[in-house]
Ligand binder design. Structure first.
Ligand SMILES: C[S@@+](CC[C@H](N)C(=O)[O-])C[C@H]1O[C@@H](n2cnc3c(N)ncnc32)[C@H](O)[C@@H]1O
Length: 274
């Protein structure tokens, strides 16, 4: 791997967190699927575009980009070996021969200069140790006039459905918060539009636009299923059945014919390399 800086965040994506995302990729894709239309509308990928998907994880967006850039090239880059293994196993080389993956830290990887028309990322750009350095490195790979389309999480509003419900689940399970430690800080590191603008301008991007999108993310088939998934993300002492039932009661109001849906917001960010 290029630039395997051993940070706690990189270790998490190569350890239990990456393994969880790889095992439950279908569920994570379902959670994020509601935002895909907005991301791909912003990316406006053309048939011959050369696309880089940063922090591609198990690669659904890389493959979706591959279908759009049917006569181009699509590369997914990710720091997580378990997730890239999953991405490779899910990518049919006969159907998408122009889609490939690179195991690397996008902050340090020597991307070929000017090699990409479009850079996309569905939630893969918040985890860099140094955001300006990372986007400066990525910018080198973007041709003049090329563009970025990124999804970053909004800060959960205190009264927002997802944040409120997950906060109550965490309290019942005896956890400080739904996502622990350095990963939580990294997740929130590009949640403020002013910070996003500062980082991208600092890396030399122009025409930065930040648009809010709110959707309902699916956390499970029904409340008990969503509780099981929630607890599987944060392994710890066994949670008694009575507590699980209390947790399921928190989610019951959000059950629908399409599963447990919790409202959440993201920023869709676009920018251009001058
Ligand atoms: C929230 S997941 C999103 C994964 C994928 N984009 C998706 O939508 O399913 C964040 C991804 O960013 C990757 N990542 C974190 N730091 C990275 C870095 N420095 N370089 C490349 N990928 C990184 C993680 O390994 C993980 O796959």
């Amino acid at each position: 791997m290029t630039g395997s800086g051993s940070t706690a965040v990189a270790d998490a994506w190569n350890g239990p967190v990456g393994a969880h995302w790889a095992e439950h990729h279908t569920r994570y894709d379902a959670m994020l699927a509601e935002f895909d239309d907005a991301l791909f509308a912003a990316a406006s990928i053309g048939e011959r575009d050369r696309v880089l998907d940063v922090g591609c994880g198990s690669g659904l967006t890389t493959r979706l980009a591959g279908h759009r850039a049917a006569r181009g090239q699509v590369t997914g880059v990710d720091i997580s070996a378990p997730l890239l293994d999953r991405a490779r196993s899910l990518t049919d080389g006969r159907e998408l021969p122009h889609v490939g993956y690179v195991l690397a830290d996008a902050r340090l990887h020597p991307f070929p200069a000017g090699a990409y028309d479009v850079v996309i990322s569905r939630g893969g750009v918040m985890f860099f140790a140094d955001h300006v350095a990372a986007f400066t490195n990525i910018a080198r790979g973007v041709r003049a006039g090329g563009r970025l389309a990124l999804l970053c999480p909004q800060p959960g509003l205190p009264d927002g459905e997802e944040r409120a419900a997950l906060g109550r689940l965490a309290a019942l399970a005896g956890q400080d918060r739904p996502v622990q430690g350095e990963l939580a800080a990294a997740m929130a590191s590009l949640s403020e539009p002013s910070r996003i603008r500062e980082v991208l301008a600092g890396a030399g991007f122009a025409d930065v636009d930040v648009n809010g999108e709110t959707r309902r993310s699916c956390w499970g088939r029904d409340a008990p299923d969503a509780v099981g998934f929630y607890l599987s993300r944060t392994p710890g002492p066994t949670v008694p059945d009575a507590t699980r039932r209390e947790m399921a009661a928190v989610l019951r109001p959000y059950e629908s014919g399409r599963g447990v849906l919790l409202g959440a917001g993201v920023w869709i960010v676009t920018a251009r390399r001058p």
